[in-house]
Design a protein around this ligand. Sequence first.
Ligand code: COA
Length: 372
Amino acid sequence: MEQRADPRPYSPGLEGVVAGETSIAKVDGANGRLIYRGYPIVELVRAGTYAQVAELLWTGEWPEQAHMPTAPLPRAVLTALRALPGNAHPMDALRTATSVWGAVNRPGWPPTVEDARRLTALAPSALAAFARLRQGLEPIEPDPDLELAAGFLYQLNGESPDQAAARALDAYIITGAEHGFNASTFTARVITSTRSDIASAVAGAIGALKGPLHGGAPSEVVNQLHEIGSAERAEQWARETIDRGERIMGFGHRVYRAYDPRAAALREVAEGMAGMADWLQLAVAVEDTVLRVLAEKKPGRIIKTNVEYYAAAVLQGVGLPSDLFPATFALARHAGWTAHALEQASANRLIRPDVRYIGPAERSLPGVGASR
Ligand code: COA
């Protein structure tokens, strides 16, 4: 092994390392605050739409009104989606669509706000088309009058979505739009920093988000609540789960040491959804019990509800199949990824960290050094 000590600081996983500057969003984990360009997430969810929030992230301006319908799919994207096996991972389908779109449109460098809009509007159409194709159904053309969330539901189900469902999904994608230097956003910035194009940056970001350590699993929250079944069983279930050393899905966060503000915003939305009453009542009762048991069993830790918990309630409430949850999160994050691509390009410096070598010291190949 290389013995010489490298005196430079090293942080595994880059934890705690400040690797850039941004004016897009601030994640204040200690105080449970999340702001997009200064505006708190709870206000954005209450008073804004995803189209407005995306424009805010891209341009820094809050538009009085914004309209973002889903985009028609280029023929090559549709051909690629048709060629995928029906059991392909929806994230792979989305990544493929982005990649093909890039090959067809050949976006240049630096990326533009228009590129960001086009890619963000493409993603829901691509995901909806794949979701239908795998069921043997034909994709549906976008309705230009519908906003992104409503348009996605329409292209998925073939019927005009319920307004409350569309509003709830819109709220969900606002909370998922941006979250600082997470792994997928950082990936998008690294790719952009090489002066590669925005489609490559987003395709890479989707790849990073696909990993279970990042993309999260609100679907596991749904399974968990099914397993618990009733509020009365929650306490015993929580105790046994923690005693087995397992983690309870929808609780805890690497950054937030207070109640995740996105969970609070989504809980409000879920509470307003018709037809959710029973399921939500169970979710709220289980949440209270789990928080109490976690506080008792892990007294040294602050483990609060995270966004996945109420994301599960909303996504289940709007009728999405649970295997589409991670890819729906990816649709939401398009605004953030592309905003970061724009910001990176606006003051670009190639992102190229160093690595500490811990392999063998320099030596000769077997037989080569000995013959000298
Ligand atoms: N259920 C049970 N125990 C939990 C827990 C959970 N959801 N989250 C943290 N803990 C416990 C760990 O077992 C560990 O205990 P120990 O020190 O006795 O071994 C301790 O708390 C670690 O806490 P912390 O440092 O705060 O967590 P982390 O930064 O290592 O992990 C997560 C953060 C998100 C990975 C973790 O909380 C988790 O796995 N949560 C469940 C999955 C989830 O909801 N993911 C979505 C995140 S948005």
